[in-house]
Write a protein that binds this ligand. Structure first.
Ligand code: SF4
Ligand code: F3S
Length: 107
């Protein structure tokens, strides 16, 4: 099992989550982070840190976002680690809570 970054992160990337991860398993893409499922130890600490509630237990992901399990696994193998908080994306507050952002993901 692992925790998974879902659609809400896209175009926000607040990065509060990376500060608390004890095993540094967040990876950074252009407009989203993902979690490396092989590194995540299910500590749950990051869940409460995300202002847009993008981080979800793999077992509790809604049906329409199941694709993010594979997406986190795949992109965590190609994106570099991020271990310190940085400024969110410039329009993060405008994109927070906006639905259907998956098509906007930049790989
Ligand atoms: Fe890191 Fe814990 Fe979040 Fe997994 S659940 S990504 S180990 S902070
Ligand atoms: Fe994304 Fe939330 Fe972390 S928006 S970068 S999962 S704090």
């Amino acid at each position: 099992m692992a925790f998974v970054v879902t659609e809400a992160c896209i175009k926000c990337k607040y990065t509060d989550c990376v500060e608390v991860c004890p095993v540094d398993c967040f990876r950074e893409g252009p407009n989203m982070l993902v979690i490396d499922p092989d590194e995540c130890i299910d500590c749950t600490l990051c869940v409460a840190e995300c202002p847009v509630e993008a981080i979800v237990d793999e077992e509790e992901i809604p049906a329409e976002q199941q694709g993010f399990i594979e997406l986190n696994a795949r992109l965590s193998q190609q994106w570099p680690p991020l271990t310190q908080r940085k400024d969110p994306l410039p329009d993060a507050d405008q994109w927070a809570g906006v639905p259907d952002k998956t098509k906007l993901l930049e790989e």
